[in-house]
Design a protein around this ligand. Sequence first.
Ligand code: ZN
Length: 154
Amino acid sequence: MIEKIVNPKELRHWDGKIELYWIYTSGKAGDEFFKKLKDEEKFIAAKCKKCGKVYFPPRIYCEKDFSDTEFVEVSGEGCVRAFTVARLDAYENPLEKPEIYAVIDIDGTDGCLIHLLGEVEPEQVEVGMKVKPVLKPKEEREGKITDILYFKPL
Ligand SMILES: [Zn+2]
């Protein structure tokens, strides 16, 4: 990740919001993840060639032993480890419909993803519930995490 102020002459005192420019890259493994998701509706993780730990989102090397990883395909399905229900927006205005945010353990990996749950009411959600991803139509995908609209119960 690269974050920097592009033009140092623009450094100054601000009242309120600070204006910053930045360049963000998701890196080699992140690019591969989003490319597969966008073009092929596939989810990839990265398996350590030495210890076998499976990273999701994928990494290019193992954080435990610094060994190379290899990309492996996973279903994208998983189960809810934790969740919360938002009933107000960032300005504390009531939402039209509650939003459910969940930590989802992705099957076949040692990783997880935080994303929205959909096609389910808050009182129906349980820890351990199996869920699967729902993607945007292919022509609307941009190679971003929002290409996943939400996860729905299996
Ligand atoms: Zn390893």
